[in-house]
Design a protein around this ligand. Structure first.
Ligand code: PLP
Length: 261
């Protein structure tokens, strides 16, 4: 039987922990066929990102058109998009091809603090991609860059969700995983009418590389299979909890969340 398909528009991680490597194994683990539009090649290991080279924007969009016109895309997500030119080209392409539910993970920097976007590109994500998105999945650093809101508690998390929805996505997931001083990881999902709190255990581990990519990909896989946004996010959170619980050290720095169990 032919499985559903999910497309990742994202960069490569030579360390195999994040980026398209995380996306593809998450798609596989969630029973969908993974398609790729590569945006950039990063040079990185567990200690950080040493640099990246972007793929020409017309090659990024040609990849999207090639798979969409032949195989069909049941859901899509973006990860590292590298440049404003790539972002604008992807946005234009999404007006021309059908990709189903569209998840935007506004990746700005690695957890080691290394930039994964050229300057001005986050603004292009906000202007060009958020209005086209079914769901956006910022972490707290990205929330602060996008809205100026520092999320420290439930009230500021809700204020951040409201501010982010102004940018035009249908749903927003404000991820609370990076919040300090909370026993649980509390995420807030909203479409402006419903405010759904998702609470899960916080695991003590240094090894969380690729966590954001893995969560967004798991959500995208569920959307490809026809789940509603709240159901897809709930399933994605269960999946990432398991990956974080099984994360392993690799290299001298931050190890990857694990697809092994
Ligand atoms: N490298 C690539 C290609 C990515 O797409 C990402 C995250 O989206 C990262 C690195 C950073 O991952 P992390 O923040 O989990 O270290």
């Amino acid at each position: 039987m032919t499985p559903k398909t999910a497309l990742t528009i994202a960069g490569s991680d030579s360390g195999g922990g994040a980026g398209i490597q995380a996306d593809l194994r998450t798609f596989f683990a969630n029973g969908v066929h993974g398609l790729v539009a590569l945006t950039a090649v990063t040079v990185q290991n567990s200690l950080g990102v040493q640099g990246f080279t972007e793929i020409p924007a017309d090659v990024v969009t040609a990849q999207i058109k090639a798979v969409a016109s032949d195989m069909g895309v049941n859901a899509a997500k973006t990860g590292m998009l590298a440049t404003a030119e790539i972002i604008r080209s992807v946005a234009k392409t999404l007006d021309e091809v059908e990709v189903g539910p569209f998840v935007v993970d506004p990746v700005a920097a690695s957890m080691t603090g290394d930039p994964l976007l050229r300057e001005d590109a986050l603004e292009a994500i906000r202007m060009e991609l958020f209005p086209r998105a079914t769901l956006i999945t910022p972490n707290l650093d990205e929330v602060r860059l996008l809205t100026g809101v520092s999320v420290v508690d439930a009230a500021s998390q809700r204020a951040a969700a409201e501010a982010l929805l102004e940018f035009g996505s249908r749903w927003v997931l404000v991820k609370g995983g990076h919040m300090t001083g909370t026993a649980d990881c509390v995420d807030l999902l909203s479409d402006g009418r419903e405010y759904i709190t998702l609470s899960g255990p916080r695991y003590e581990t240094e090894n969380t590389h690729g966590g954001g990519d893995t969560l967004a990909s798991a959500i995208t896989a569920s959307l490809a299979k026809g789940a509603s946004v709240p159901d897809a996010v709930a399933a994605g959170k269960k999946f990432i909890e398991r990956c974080v619980a099984e994360a392993y050290p690799l290299g001298a720095g931050v190890g990857p969340v694990s697809p092994f169990w």
